[in-house]
Design a binder for this molecule. Structure first.
Ligand code: PLP
Length: 485
């Protein structure tokens, strides 16, 4: 492809993308292909000679599109949303046009400098204090791929900080998570060969971690000669949106200052852009006590995947753990310490130029645009919760919160025991899962099978939420009829 052919193919690609978004609402949300659908449709080896791009693009439409689940569909209520904005798409397009691995400032000064600036802009958007700002030169932030990656990086930094102060056996270190922490906690432990202890959460308090449980665990582990070195707390857990009680955690950790507090706010952290949410999400404690904080702009935050933001209170905790500088990576500015080399702030060497899309999105929407988007998700979820409360057969498991509602089918007239209710709900969910007109996911909370309804796709309107509620009621009634027959 030469540059003029690229120009034509590029215009056609933008047209295709626009058509895709215009027609999204009319598509089924989930793909109906069966496992292994693709291999029989494609040659078993790459072509010997290059092919015309129009043919390739037509095959994308014909073969790939049918196998896509449309996460940006307005009726996608599964997992958590994955953002897409046109500003974000353009940011990725511009960035991929100038691929460069950005590991040192000198690789491309603009990549590093823009990243430091957009991280500071993002910190301000969310209300994170100057301790986390790059401009202040002590803490700072960098873009990572995912929240799992961010947690792993934070764990490496926490482990190194602990071992530098107290060189103990690795086997004696303990990483604390809770029973509701995303699997990223267990994964970090497994990758790093660390013992992980999952602390019990308070079921009556939306499944959040309370201070007394943490205190007791610390006392037990220390008495047994073990060394808890880190707690991964969550603001907005996957299953129920739980917010661990950070003020209580802060109070306990004041007596255990060696324990690193990482706050995983992968989904809910973006809601901090709304001042009215900051108290409930414990922003003051994050600012006062978190050693590291992560949220994913690619979830609820309007930026296309991937854009996980990780801030640390002390940038040296990252660079001491991760700076390995062979001669071929040395630069004059790096040696002089006058620049940030982001390779020392993450696991890989090279990194994508993610800052560009974050910059485009922050500028395209502005602070008020972010707030409007988040408030709309919260309002739509509240509306869904209100509809649910009216139902005589559906029951809330936790009160609607942020943009997540967790519920189940609970017909009072049947008087079912816990096991039978779970069975009924599994059958109910199986019906929902095959509907083409919405996507929704399940979870289990304290042994109870429940259904999660997560709002947040940028194009979701009240009509989509009402239609989803009607579909849910329809399947609930159908599941009941079958159960009773
Ligand atoms: N943390 C929480 C609370 C999540 O809900 C999720 C995913 O939904 C993650 C972490 C994982 O995010 P990532 O895919 O960016 O690792």
């Amino acid at each position: 492809m030469d540059v003029e052919q690229f120009r034509q193919a590029g215009y056609a690609a933008i047209d295709r993308i626009c058509d895709y978004y215009i027609s999204l609402d009319a598509k089924p949300v989930s793909s109906s292909v069966q496992p292994g659908y693709l291999a029989p449709l494609l040659p078993t080896a790459p072509p010997d000679e290059g092919e015309d791009f129009a043919t390739i693009a037509a095959d994308y439409d014909r073969l790939i599109q049918p196998g896509l689940t449309h996460w940006q569909h307005p009726s996608f209520f599964a997992y958590f949303p994955t953002s897409s904005s046109f500003e974000g798409i353009l940011g990725d397009l511009y960035a991929t046009a100038v691929p460069n691995p950005g590991f040192n400032w000198s690789c491309s000064p603009a990549c590093t400098e823009l990243e430091a600036i957009v991280m500071d802009w993002s910190a301000q958007l969310l209300g994170l204090g100057s301790a986390f700002h790059n401009a202040a030169g002590v803490g700072g932030g960098a873009l990572q791929t995912t929240a799992s990656d961010s947690a792993l990086i934070a764990t490496v930094a926490a482990r190194e900080r602990f071992l530098a102060a107290a060189p103990v056996k690795l086997d004696d270190l303990v990483l604390y998570v809770t029973t509701q922490t995303h699997s990223l906690g267990l994964k970090a432990g497994r990758v790093l060969g660390l013992r992980v202890r999952a602390l019990e959460v308070c079921h009556e308090d939306r499944y959040s971690l309370r201070g007394d449980v943490l205190r007791q665990a610390l006392e037990e582990d220390k008495a047994a000669g073990r060394h808890p070195f880190m707690l991964i707390a969550t603001v907005g857990s996957t299953s129920s949106g739980a917010v661990d009680n950070l003020p209580e955690i802060e109070a306990v950790l004041k007596e255990h200052t060696e324990v690193w507090l990482h706050v995983d706010a992968a989904w809910a952290g973006i809601a901090l852009c709304c001042p009215e949410m900051r108290t409930a999400l414990f922003l003051d404690t994050i600012n006062a006590a978190a050693d590291s904080f992560c949220t994913n702009f690619h979830k609820w935050g309007l930026v296309n995947f991937d854009a996980s933001t990780l801030w640390v209170r002390d940038r040296k905790s990252l660079t001491s753990a991760l700076d390995i500088t062979p001669p071929f990576l040395r630069t004059a500015h790096g040696d002089a310490g006058t620049v940030t080399d982001y390779r020392n702030w993450h696991l890989a060497l090279g990194r994508r130029f993610r800052a560009l899309k974050v910059w485009f999105v922050l500028r395209g929407f502005g602070v008020e645009g972010f707030r409007k988007h988040i408030r709309q998700g919260i309002a739509l979820n509240a509306m869904f919760g209100a509809l649910l409360k009216e139902s005589d057969i559906l029951a809330l498991i936790t009160p609607p919160w942020l943009a997540l509602t967790v519920f189940r089918l609970a017909p009072p007239h049947l008087g079912l025991d816990a096991a039978a209710l779970n069975q009924l709900n599994a059958a109910f969910f199986a019906r929902l899962a095959v509907r083409p007109d919405l996507a929704i996911t399940q979870t289990v909370l304290n042994g109870v099978f429940c259904v999660r309804f997560a709002v947040g796709a940028a194009r979701t309107t009240e009509a989509h939420v009402r239609a989803a509620f009607d579909a849910i009621v329809e399947e609930a009634r159908a599941a009941l009829v079958l159960w009773e027959s």
